[in-house]
Ligand binder design. Sequence first.
Ligand code: FE2
Length: 197
Amino acid sequence: MFTLKSLPFAKNSLEPHMSEKTLDFHYGKHHQAYIDNLNKFLESSEMNTWSLEEIILKTANKSEQSAIFNNAAQVYNHEFFWNCLSPKSEDRIISDELLSMINSAFGSLDDFYEQFKAAALGQFGSGWAWLVKGDNGLEILKTANGDNPLTHNLKPILALDIWEHSYYLDYQNRRGDFIDAVMKNLFNWNFAAKNII
Ligand code: FE2
């Protein structure tokens, strides 16, 4: 049985970049619905004692288990995503180690922003953009619907939800403005630094 974890920030603290109203729906309705659906699907399943990660890895790419996979992955993705956001200016400071990995993978922080935005804009329809760590350092990954880095054997470092429910109330069709606002004003680089270890 999974439950909705508390947000790591106050719902109005990300304004004006992400409104309390967006979080009321995105966290309170969409994220909650993924949890409720997952619990319902797990009621009569042997998977009901498994961890979220185990459920995701065991049901990935199995069409008969796509409903469980989609909901489990979306629960994982949203829990991860909320931790990628912070209203605190000190969370905008990038550690020397992480910055050096970014420079080596993408050229510079600005190059990373540019490439991350291009990936997030280029994801057709619903999905996610990720900064991930693979065998050869940092990479950018875009995934469709609920898919995530775990199924690609990659470690998530930062995530951006680019489903329309993530930005439509605040930005309507302007996905690019939403991406810029989150990358530059809300990304929690302290959380990202913990994930590279
Ligand atoms: Fe979402």
